[in-house]
Write a protein that binds this ligand. Structure first.
Ligand code: CMC
Length: 392
């Protein structure tokens, strides 16, 4: 094992080649299949971006319509899967509920789990993309104690997502175009981010030839942590904590800089982006638009902006090149839309799903894929003999 390289957190290890997503962390560039995130959020839709990520090229109108129709046909979940949500505790967190439901899809589609059959992989792709919004909303309705709203397949994926979260059973849902557009853009901005923790998890689990549902369920669990997708709800908890205390933002920042255990400026910093996170720039604007339109949360937005202002002028953050990341402003938008705080990371998962699928598919097709199996530097005891109980 003399040649093993020690690289904690894999900060300098490329685990794969990939043609899906490009990031230049110094320049703040993010592209899916070569298209910039700025252009895609302006001109494309989440369904089209999902197609682009998964199949590698923008669809023709005909291809997009066929894909969209397929997604609309698969939105409903099996009644037995729906009943899962009745069995979870009344105050269960939605992330493990969603991860469990995606994992459980392996049990509902047992005849279509081959990792070598392209048609089966494609069917799983469509099933997962179409049912994820329904599953996320089942978790949401459970959390808030409201009755289930079934999908209406005359709506597109994002409109339907708003319906199943906020609509009323057996009533048509009136889509607010501004909210639908913001939701669509947020999903696009979350859709892929190359080899982050959850995506690497999906690939690692998948490299054992575990099926796509099992692999992505593992990714959802990785996303749940507060250093990853969980940061979006942690930001809101942090803002609420600061607002409720008499300390004010500066005192909180002192605690961050003193590195009090467990105190970080959530929504700040990134492994790869060292100038700014291009997603955060777009999202900050959306936060203003949505909060202007829907009202509420003004104070929280002001508080977030003052934290950002303090940080950008403070040596601690400047030296470490810490800037707002994708999670800093999203929570304020989700809150204004009416989502409870513990749903925020589920929204990240809905957005990230096409990326996980694209990366899993690339992994399974790559002739260079081997089972993921990192090495270690052993630091334990050298060989010793067993001590009998009466001599310990
Ligand atoms: N607040 C205060 N200090 C920080 C922060 C922060 N948010 N982020 C990094 N630092 C400090 C860290 O203490 C370290 O200082 P020192 O050099 O004195 O030890 C230095 O900056 C480098 O940090 P690191 O933890 O070694 O950096 P990393 O690349 O391992 O971690 C990160 C990246 C995103 C996990 C981290 O910046 C962090 O914990 N941020 C807060 C959580 C967060 O917002 N996560 C969302 C990430 S973006 C999208 C996503 O994945 O959801």
């Amino acid at each position: 094992t003399g040649r093993v390289t020690y690289d904690p957190g894999f900060a300098n290890t490329a685990s794969t080649t990939s043609a899906v997503t490009f990031i230049d962390g110094d320049e703040g560039v993010l592209r899916y299949r070569g298209y910039s995130i700025e252009e895609l959020t302006e001109k494309s839709t989440f369904v089209e971006v999902s197609y682009l990520l998964i199949y590698g090229e923008l669809p023709t109108q005909e291809q997009l319509d066929a894909f969209d129709q397929r997604l609309r046909r698969h939105t409903i979940v099996h009644e037995d899967l729906r009943r899962f949500f009745q069995a979870f505790p009344y105050d269960a967190h939605p992330m493990p509920m969603v991860a469990s439901a995606i994992n459980a899809m392996s049990t509902f589609y047992q005849d279509n789990l081959s990792v070598f059959d392209d048609d089966q992989i494609d069917l799983s792709t469509v099933r997962m993309l179409a049912k994820m919004p329904t599953i996320a909303a089942l978790a949401h309705r459970k959390v808030v104690g409201l009755p289930v709203v079934h999908p209406d397949n005359s709506l597109n994926l994002v409109e339907n997502f708003l319906r199943v979260n906020f609509g009323f059973p057996s009533e048509p849902y009136e889509v607010d175009p501004l909210v639908a557009k913001a939701m669509d853009q947020l999903f696009i901005l979350h859709a892929d981010h190359e080899q982050n923790c959850s995506t690497s998890t999906v690939r690692l689990v998948g490299s054992s030839q575990a099926n796509i549902f099992q692999s992505i369920s593992a990714g959802i669990n990785a996303l749940a942590g507060p250093l990853h997708g969980g940061a979006n709800s942690a930001v809101l908890d942090m803002l609420e904590e600061i607002a409720a205390s008499d300390d004010g933002p500066q005192k909180f920042m002192d605690r961050v800089k003193n590195k009090e255990e467990g105190v970080r400026l959530m929504g700040f910093g990134h492994r790869v982006y060292k100038n700014y996170d291009p997603r955060a720039a777009i999202i900050k604007q959306t936060a203003h638009d949505i909060i202007d339109k829907l009202g509420g949360n003004d104070e929280m937005l002001d508080l977030a902006m003052s934290l950002e202002e303090i940080a950008l002028a403070d040596d601690y953050f400047v030296e470490r090149r810490l800037y707002p990341n994708v999670d800093f402003y999203t929570g304020l938008i989700y809150k204004a839309m009416g989502f409870p705080t513990n749903m925020f990371t589920v929204l990240f998962a809905v957005g990230r799903l096409p990326g996980w699928i694209a990366q899993w598919r690339e992994m399974i097709k790559d002739p260079e894929t081997r089972i993921g199996r990192p090495r270690q530097i052993y630091t334990g005891e050298s060989a010793r003999s067993y001590t009998p109980m009466n001599e310990r």
